[in-house]
Design a protein around this ligand. Sequence first.
Ligand code: ZN
Ligand code: ZN
Length: 182
Amino acid sequence: MSSAYRVPIAKLRRDLPASTELNLSALFDEGKTFEPKGKAETDIAWDAPIDLAIRIESYSGGLRVKGSLRAPWRGTCRRCSSPIDGLSEIALNERFVDPEDLDEESYLIDQDYIDLAPMVHDAVFLDLPLAPLCSATCKGLCPYCGIDRNEATCECQGEADPRWATLNSLSFDNEEPAPGAE
Ligand SMILES: [Zn+2]
Ligand SMILES: [Zn+2]
């Protein structure tokens, strides 16, 4: 199976220590190995390439891959529900080892190749925002009439609906807890 993420490393390991630079721009997972798990609202942009700029270094116990990647993603603003195109920029520093040395924090050297796809998959999916915002100042939708408060204003005021009060007290990782919230 050929893939842009499959990199020959025999020469690197023969001429120990050695290193090589690799710049790669390729669609992720054309072979559909990593099917999305469930319907996450935020997902990698499967039709746009991931850019990878790495350095592969050989040492006696294996290979080290250092560098960075840029992965486009798509999501939905949790306040106003508008679509968002985002970009994850992620630093990489990972080990690749022979099968007998494989542990939970390393990736596999498959004879004369390494497959960068599992490393890229882990990095990207860990970094995807769970509850993205279209902007830090997004005003969201009016809970009464549904108007997009970023684009228009409405006359809705009045008593806070207790159902929405509960929602408003929910806090997210990247936000200060609402007053009175646990
Ligand atoms: Zn928004
Ligand atoms: Zn309204």
